[in-house]
Ligand binder design. Sequence first.
Ligand code: NAD
Ligand code: UD1
Length: 337
Amino acid sequence: MSILVTGGAGYIGSHTCIELLNAGYEIVVVDNFFNSKPEALKRITEITKKSFSFYQADLLDKTALEKVFSENNIDAVIHFAGLKAVNESIKIPLHYYHNNVTGTLILCEIMKKYNIKKLIFSSSANVYGRPKYVPVTEDSSLGPINPYGRTKLIIEEILNDLYISDHNWSISLLRYFNPIGAHESGKIGEDPNDIPNNLMPYINQVAIGKREKVNIFGKDYNTHDGTGVRDYIHVVDLAKGHLKALEMVLGTTGIDVFNLGTGVGYSVLDLIKSYENITSQKIPYGFTQRRAGDIDKCYADTTKANEKLGWKAAKNLEDMCYDSWKWQKNNPNGYRE
Ligand code: NAD
Ligand code: UD1
């Protein structure tokens, strides 16, 4: 059984490649290294002791992508490749729409040509925009508030239309909440190119001494301690969710959408305190204004994934903090050693 993983050198993709290889799948990885490094792929082999095919290719390059399909007997595709920075998407929306939406269109056209109709797509809790209630269920109203989130919703709609046109497709839309943490080996993890936008990589850089303190964006939210609440999920639990979704798409046809989170919301202060407790690193912080576009709380109702996929996140906040720090400590400069 051979699985094509687009964006397999990236943060979530690399962790999922490990789970796939450990479960006995063959994998073919495609990535253009726009937001990742070849070293991540080397480490996947180091951890799993298994080799796999890799193509350095851009999804927008139809010829290069078609070569991947003509040279391999692919059974299903897990599609991670995409751009994901919310602020950047506001500055360069056309680039985001082209990369994410056109890239997916090209991928689906080639899949159709090669009669491969099993697909798992990386969507995001961002499609919910400002949730009207928490926990958020899959049938909550949708309304992303930035171009990044809209690329995800547009792709979900395209894939729904694709299924309506041809019921032989089997598609799983996975809406991730806030993935953090790293592989327990400490060899792979999240490696931001620039100043991190997201909380956990920022905390990691404070812990390692690259940044002075965490700026907490707002202390007057309607939450238990005034700071924003999110559903942080360990990236390895998330990766395992893909294997469950894969079993489902391989065995059926249809299209379905699942929230992948823990179902528990933690605040910024909860996360900092847990990180300090489990790593014994002091994390200085101060409060600044709210970040534009932020919401007070967002966490998932995961009942559907629990029941239909037979998947449940197993790791807790301390595991997430411990593994994040282990990765950062072992790789102070990420993959750029
Ligand atoms: P990432 O940036 O680490 O990984 C994405 C990978 O895709 C990178 O290796 C990048 O080089 C590659 N890529 C991008 N465009 C490409 C193209 N046109 N052709 C080939 N390769 C391309 O991101 P991630 O955190 O691993 O996220 C994976 C997916 O999950 C993305 O689609 C993202 O939008 C989605 N997602 C991520 C989060 C999160 O917080 N990390 C949350 C929700 C959804
Ligand atoms: C952000 C993105 C979202 C994306 C998600 C995961 C925005 C508006 N949203 O969401 O689309 O799906 O990342 O990649 O960018 N915080 C601080 N200080 C920091 C960083 C964050 O206080 O330096 C706070 C935020 O206000 C928030 C929480 O930490 O309350 C989590 O922030 P972050 O990790 O950026 O995730 P999201 O805001 O959920």
